[in-house]
Design a protein around this ligand. Structure first.
Ligand code: SF4
Ligand code: SF4
Ligand code: SF4
Length: 470
C-alpha cells in the first residue's frame, strides 16, 4: 500500500515538473516573440504613423490607409548613455574615439561611492575602464621633451615607487616586473639631466606624519589622523566629508616634500618633473613644488617617441636622493601605515620596530594594525577605495591613524598606469604589491636611517617644518 502511494506521488511530481518545464518553455518562446515583435518599428511615409512589430500581409495604415509598401523599417537608434565630465587638468576625452557607452559614468559612480556626483577627483580610474581608449591622462610629456631638448635649464625627474613595477607593462613584460634601474636608465636616455627617487620624499613624509601623530596622541586632538598623500582622497574629503578636514595630516605628499626640498636647498632653477602612477597628482603643480607631473603611460610614450628600444636601454642608478624600502612600499595600500608606525615606535622607544610587533589583520574592507608602545596600543587602519572608506568611517573612532588611498590596492593601480585588460585587475594588483614588498625587505627599511634624510634634518632642523607642511 505504502509503495503504491509512493509510486503515485512520484508520478504526480513528474507530471508537475513536465508541466512547469513546458510552461517555462512557452513563457520563454512568448517572451522572445514579444521582444522580436516590439523591437521592429515601421514608419508610414505619408502620415508618419509608427507600427510596432512585424508587418502582416495586406497591412494597411490605420490613419491614411497607405499600403504595406509605403512603410519603412526604422533602424534601431544608437543608445546614448551618460558619460562623465572629467577635470581636464588631469584627464581628457578624445571626442572622436568616444562611443557614448557610459562605462566611465559607471566607474565614476563606483569611485565616488555615490550617485551624487559633486566633483571629479582626477583619479583617472575611468581611463582604465574606457573600452575605446577615449580617455587619456592630460598629456604634458611633449612640453617636457621640448624643455629637455632646449638645454636651457637642468631637467630633473623624480620617480614615484609604483612606476617601477608597472612600466614594463607597456613593453610586454610580466605584471609586476621590478624595473628600478631600467626605468632610471630610460629617463637618462630620454634626456633628463638627473633622476631622483620620490621614495626619499616618502621617507620624509613618514617621519613628519609620525611626529604629527605623536603630538596629536599626546594632546588627544583631531584623532584619528587621516593620511593626506592621496590628492583624490583629499579632494573627496573636502567635497563629501568636510567635517574630517581637521583630521587630515598637514604634511605634504612625498612628491611635495622632495620637490620642495630640491627647489629650496639644492636646485633652485631646475625644472622638476614628477613621474607618477597618478593623474590627480597633476594638481600638485598648483603648489609650485613640481613643475610638471607625468604618468607612467606618458613615460612609455616618451620612450617610444624618442626612438628608444626598451630592451636595449642600459640600467642606471639614481643620481642621489634614494629612498628606504619603506618609502618604496608607499606605492601600495598599507605602506604609509607601516612606515609611520616604524617612525613613531622609534621616536617613543629609540628602537627599531621588528615586523612581528605589529599585529596586522585582514578585515573585510580594510586592514587593521595594532602596535603596543609602552602602556599604549596604537590602532591604525589602511583602506583603499571610497566605498570601503565609507564603511571604515562608521567605526573611525576605534583608530588613531587611518591611511586612505583612492585607488584599489593603492597607487600601484593608479589611473596613470598603462591600460591593461580590466579582467586582470586582481592579478595585476597582487603582482605589483608583491614586487614592492620584496624590495622593501632588501637593504635599509627604516626611513629615519636614510643618511640623506638625517643630514637634511640635522642641517635645517625646525626650518624644514615650514617647507614640508601645507
Ligand atoms: S567610457 Fe569612453 S567611450 Fe564610453 S562614454 Fe566614457 S569616454 Fe566615451
Ligand atoms: S577621474 Fe575619477 S573622479 Fe574623475 S571622472 Fe574619472 S573616475 Fe570619476
Ligand atoms: S591612490 Fe595613488 S594613484 Fe590613486 S589617486 Fe591616490 S595618489 Fe593617485
Amino acid at each position: 500500500m505504502r509503495q503504491v502511494l509512493h509510486g503515485q506521488i512520484r508520478l504526480m511530481r513528474t507530471i508537475m515538473q513536465l508541466y512547469l518545464v513546458r510552461c517555462n518553455c512557452f513563457f520563454i518562446v512568448f517572451l522572445l516573440l514579444y521582444c522580436w515583435r516590439i523591437d521592429m518599428k515601421y514608419k508610414c511615409r505619408h502620415c508618419n504613423f509608427i507600427h510596432f512589430g512585424s508587418m502582416p500581409d495586406g497591412y494597411i495604415c490605420p490613419l491614411c490607409h497607405a499600403g504595406l509598401f509605403d512603410f519603412d523599417l526604422i533602424e534601431e537608434e544608437e543608445k546614448v548613455y551618460n558619460r562623465v565630465e572629467t577635470d581636464e587638468r588631469c584627464v581628457v576625452r578624445v571626442e572622436e574615439k568616444c562611443r557614448n557607452c557610459g562605462a566611465c559614468f559607471k566607474t565614476c559612480e563606483k569611485v565616488l561611492a555615490s550617485s551624487d556626483r559633486k566633483v571629479c577627483l582626477g583619479c583617472g580610474q575611468c581611463i582604465l575602464t574606457c573600452p575605446f581608449g577615449a580617455l587619456i591622462p592630460k598629456y604634458d610629456y611633449l612640453d617636457v621633451l621640448d624643455l629637455i631638448r632646449a638645454h636651457d635649464k637642468k631637467v630633473i625627474a623624480i620617480t614615484s615607487p609604483a612606476v617601477r613595477v608597472a612600466l614594463g607593462d607597456a613593453f610586454n613584460m610580466d605584471y609586476g616586473t621590478f624595473l628600478e634601474k631600467k626605468m632610471v636608465g630610460a629617463l637618462k636616455a630620454v634626456g633628463f639631466d638627473m633622476v631622483f627617487d620620490t621614495s626619499f620624499g616618502a621617507d620624509l613624509t613618514s617621519i613628519y606624519e609620525a611626529r604629527e601623530l605623536d603630538e596629536r596622541l599626546d594632546n588627544k586632538k583631531n584623532l584619528p589622523m587621516f593620511s593626506s598623500c592621496c590628492p583624490s582622497w583629499v579632494s573627496y574629503a573636502n567635497s563629501y566629508v568636510p567635517l574630517l578636514k581637521k583630521n587630515l595630516s598637514s604634511c605634504k605628499s612625498p612628491i611635495g616634500m622632495i620637490a620642495s626640498v630640491l627647489r629650496k636647498y639644492y636646485y633652485k632653477d631646475a625644472i622638476i618633473v614628477a613621474i607618477t602612477p597618478c593623474t590627480s597628482k597633476k594638481l600638485e603643480i598648483v603648489s609650485g613644488d613640481a613643475d610638471y607631473v607625468l604618468t607612467t603611460s606618458e613615460l612609455s610614450n616618451m620612450i617610444r617617441e624618442t626612438g628608444l628600444v626598451f630592451e636595449d636601454i642600459k640600467d642606471a642608478n639614481f643620481d642621489s636622493f634614494s629612498g628606504s624600502g619603506s618609502g618604496t612600499y608607499f606605492g601600495t595600500s598599507g605602506g604609509v601605515t607601516l612606515s609611520v608606525l616604524k617612525c613613531l615606535y622609534y621616536f617613543r622607544t629609540g628602537n627599531d620596530l621588528s615586523n612581528n610587533e605589529v599585529l596586522v589583520k585582514d578585515k573585510e574592507f580594510y586592514k587593521e594594525y595594532r602596535l603596543k608602545i609602552g602602556r599604549n596600543v596604537i590602532r591604525c587602519a589602511s583602506v583603499s577605495t571610497m566605498t570601503n572608506l565609507l564603511k571604515v568611517l562608521l567605526i573611525k573612532d576605534e583608530f588613531d591613524f587611518v591611511e586612505v588611498m583612492n585607488c584599489e590596492g593603492g597607487c600601484i593601480f593608479g589611473g596613470g598606469q598603462v591600460v591593461l585588460p580590466a579582467n586582470k585587475k586582481d592579478e595585476i594588483i597582487k603582482a605589483r604589491a608583491l614586487a614592492l614588498k620584496k624590495n622593501m625587505r632588501k637593504g635599509n627599511s627604516f626611513p629615519y636611517k636614510n643618511p640623506l634624510v638625517s643630514e637634511l634634518c640635522d642641517k635645517y632642523g625646525d626650518e624644514l617644518d615650514g617647507v614640508l607642511h601645507n
